[in-house]
Design a protein around this ligand. Sequence first.
Ligand SMILES: Cc1ncc(COP(=O)(O)O)c(C=O)c1O
Length: 308
Amino acid sequence: MLLPPANWLPQAPLQPLRLDWLESAGVEVAILRLDQIDPLISGNKWFKLVEHLKTAERAGAEGIISLGGAHSNHLHALAAAGKRLGFKTVGLLRGHPQDTSTVEDLHAFGMQLHWLGYAGYRARHEAGFWTPWQERYPTLHAVPEGGGGLAGALGCAAIMRQVDEQLAKLGWDDFDAWWLACGTGTTLAGLALADSGKRSLYGALAVPNDHGVAPNIESILAQAVGPVASYRLIDASRRGFAKVDQTLMTFIEQTEQVSGVPLEPLYTGKALLALKQLVESGGFAAGTRVVFVHTGGLQGRRGFAATP
Ligand SMILES: Cc1ncc(COP(=O)(O)O)c(C=O)c1O
């Protein structure tokens, strides 16, 4: 497998986010634009993949096999990385064949796809799930859904370094809290490991509470050797993963117009709306400084419209 040069680290700008509801509350927010690191391998995805790719390379693998849905940002970034860096990719997909824009891209990037149905996909956590796939693709390294696990989290330490390096340009000596969308919680766990207790972490859940985010974060943090930052999970899912409503879509449209920051409805739009709700309910004292991590995912907004 080919990895990018060791000194290749995509850089995300940290920018002030000026919105009237923040100014009214006296809360300062800076946004880390992970959506801008690369046209295709964007958002938190590269950071979650990088340690998995190193493990695959050490194991002498020829590529990666992983899982996701028909709109998966993770599979999209993985397939794009495979095409660019020249390694083989196989995707195991939830449900039955459908032609979303994401799936069209996966084909175009050369990812080989297998549709598992819904029951077949639910079996992904069962012991023995990977055995037939490893027999079929013995030269590929398996990466869990969403690029998760400890390896996925460890790659996210670089996100913290990128923020710390840019604080001075905002005139900040430090900040109080992180705010980011959570799907599996891997990125948040990575920041909790890296930050080791300096700032609080807020995870805006893009999935319902019973989707196992907290246990997933705990199982990653249980492997930490040093102190970890405290975190709080907030339900931002708005009745379920990928459920989109008019309030959300209007908020996204207005915020994009005022700030120029593109958002998508599944993760970043919901996370920012949840921040607004907390700020407006007085959850942050005036003078609080927050870093909002834009986790990307903009490829996934193609074809999304409000549903009642
Ligand atoms: C755009 C976007 N933001 C946030 C997340 C959540 O990241 P994590 O699974 O690490 O919680 C994901 C993927 O799950 C994503 O695609």
